[in-house]
Design a protein around this ligand. Structure first.
Ligand code: SAM
Ligand code: SF4
Length: 333
């Protein structure tokens, strides 16, 4: 641990940025209703996207500032053709960060083994239901079997623990919650529910329709005995032992019980914008200075200043809350 750089991603509230989320593309091959409209979005033009060299350089600057975990996300990260190479290059940084990925799992059946060999440590696969019909309704694509195959390949490739992320939508998959947990337990996957957040491109989020942590726990409670696990540290998921353990299920109550006070995250978009919060209303452009010849120190100063300005919380419950302009798929979830 002695070769770790002194952490420099500090903010005024005593938090330290350690977990960098990098959106490697804003494109996606699903159209989850809580995320984007049926017709998709105006994807970023290629010249605006960071090249591999630029992306790896910015990650290296962040690692130099104390980032210890890099999570690759999107959009759908597996759609970036050079992903295996990006992972290999990030894994060769010093000190080597842990490398995780959040994916919808489509294509992971082919890519899990090469990604693991390149240095990917862990994966979260998003799967909201094990009812194929509900899956198609929710994602607007008939790709349930691809996701299941992707999950299996991730486990076979040793990307453990394999985590499953799920969002419950009222009237679509809210009643599927216990079946999904049973299915994950049977396969050794760690399931985490995430409350739906106001980050959809359509701005259709409605708090009164959101399936809350309390509701998810109530539904799970009809089939399983859940016991809270104390001590969550900076991890956003509140964990529960299932039927006495050792298996657990998590609920990330981003809306009803925000964890902003212990947030250690910072985000980089596919077009090189730094965001100090998922809900930030502003971004700092790193791509412009980088292309104009900025040194690593210049870039680091921009990052340090923006982290210092991080707000204490997302304020979803405040009357003046405004949803960020970029949707989740373009920020990197
Ligand atoms: N495409 C990949 C995937 O779906 O895993 C990575 C990007 S996606 C934006 C990352 C995570 O955000 C997924 O687990 C997805 O379910 C979640 N997500 C997307 N929109 C959301 C919303 N409005 N509220 C809560 N979670 C959301
Ligand atoms: Fe694509 Fe992920 Fe958004 Fe679903 S949640 S549309 S898989 S980016």
């Amino acid at each position: 641990m002695t070769d770790l750089p002194a952490p420099r991603l500090l903010d005024q509230f005593g938090r330290v940025g350690r977990d960098l989320r990098v959106s490697v593309t804003d494109r996606c091959n699903l159209r989850c209703t809580y995320c984007m409209p049926a017709e998709g979005l105006d994807w970023l033009p290629k010249p605006e996207m960071l090249t591999d060299d630029e992306l790896v350089r910015l990650v290296a600057v962040m690692v130099g500032l104390g980032v210890t975990q890099v999570r690759l996300t999107g959009g759908e990260p597996l759609l970036r053709r050079s992903l295996v190479d990006v992972v290999r290059r990030v894994a060769s940084l010093h000190p080597r960060p842990r490398i995780a990925m959040t994916t919808n799992g489509i294509g992971l059946d082919r890519l899990a083994a090469p990604l693991a060999a390149a240095g990917l440590d862990r994966v979260n696969v998003s799967l909201d239901t094990i009812d194929p019909e509900h899956f198609s309704r929710l994602t607007r694509r008939d790709r349930f079997n691809d996701v299941v195959a992707g999950l299996k390949a991730a486990a076979d490739a040793g990307l453990s623990p394999v985590k499953v992320n799920a969002v419950a939508m009222r009237g679509v998959n809210d009643t599927d919650v216990p079946d999904l947990l049973r299915w994950c337990l049977d396969r050794g996957y760690d399931l985490r529910f995430i409350e739906q957040m106001p980050l959809d491109a359509q701005h259709a989020w409605d708090r009164s329709r959101m399936v809350s942590q309390a509701e998810v726990l109530e539904r799970l409670g009809t089939r399983f005995r859940l016991t809270p696990v104390p001590e969550r540290g900076s991890a956003p998921a509140e964990l529960f032992l299932v039927d006495g353990g050792p298996a657990t299920v998590g609920v990330i109550a981003s809306v009803s019980a925000p964890f902003c006070g212990s947030c250690d995250r910072v985000r980089l978009t596919a077009d090189g914008q730094l965001r100090n919060c998922l809900f930030a209303r502003r971004e700092v452009d790193l791509r412009g200075p980088l292309r104009a010849g900025a040194s690593d120190d210049d870039l680091a100063e921009l990052v340090v200043a923006e982290m210092w300005a991080k707000k204490p919380g997302h304020g979803i419950d405040r009357p003046d809350f405004e949803q960020p302009q970029r949707p989740m798929s373009a920020i990197g979830g």
